[in-house]
Design a protein around this ligand. Structure first.
Ligand code: SF4
Ligand code: SF4
Length: 213
């Protein structure tokens, strides 16, 4: 009797709407702050944002970032300021995509894309070098042969606010928090919090959010 009950459950589910898709040919849209593999960003003039400070390496709980800084040559600087990231490596056999490196970075140099599907043939491919992480001349990630990119995965890889950015507060909305970006310029600031705050105030006072607009 018990296993017949099981068949009944299965049969009843046959006509439910399917929740699975044709993966990997189709992928679900990803949230804006999705944590995929990293990029190293550049300013609009092409200079690198990384100043080799090693804060990302220090904060990384998985100890998977290795950075070495070097002095910029005055006649041929790589980044604005005194130092730049001379060596930069991330080991994706260790990375847990927690985003703490992004939070720690003082120059918005390191951010994460929405691409997370890798298929490494050897351990060295899993350790991304600075050349592989650095965005190209259009500000887009350099796609590696072992990565599965889908349309849109390489968009907005760098302009999204950190979770703890001050612009996350409604009172500080409307001010761009992210410096100019190669290929993107200065991003528009977020606006979601004010709308939510207004809606909640409207609900408390018995009016609707639309009446505020
Ligand atoms: S996302 Fe987290 S685990 Fe990965 S490199 Fe950054 S700090 Fe380390
Ligand atoms: S990515 Fe950011 S935190 Fe890491 S070394 Fe470069 S500037 Fe410093």
């Amino acid at each position: 009797m018990g296993y017949l009950d099981g068949f009944k459950v299965t049969f009843n589910r046959l006509f439910d709407e399917r929740v699975t898709g044709d993966y990997p040919n189709q992928k679900r849209p990803k949230p804006e702050r999705f944590h995929g593999r990293h990029v190293l960003n550049r300013y609009e003039d092409g200079m690198e944002k990384c100043i080799g400070c090693e804060l990302c390496a220090g904060v990384c709980p998985a100890k998977c970032i290795y950075v070495r800084g070097a002095d910029n040559r005055p006649d041929e600087p790589v980044s604005p300021g005194e130092r730049f990231g001379y060596v930069y490596e991330i080991n994706y056999l260790r990375c847990i995509h927690c985003d703490l490196c992004v939070e720690a970075c003082p120059t918005e140099a390191i951010t994460e894309t929405k691409m997370f599907e890798f298929s490494f043939a050897n351990r060295l491919d899993a350790i991304y070098t600075k050349d592989e992480l650095l965005v190209d001349d259009d500000g887009r990630p350099k796609k590696q042969p072992w990565e599965l990119w889908h349309e849109g995965d390489d968009l907005n890889t760098s302009g999204w606010m950190r979770a703890t950015a001050s612009a996350g507060r409604a009172a500080q909305e409307g001010r761009a928090e992210w410096s100019g970006e190669l290929g993107y310029g200065v991003r528009a600031p977020e606006v979601g919090q004010s709308a939510a705050l207004e809606a909640s105030e409207a609900a408390e006072s018995g009016t609707t959010g639309e009446e505020h607009d």
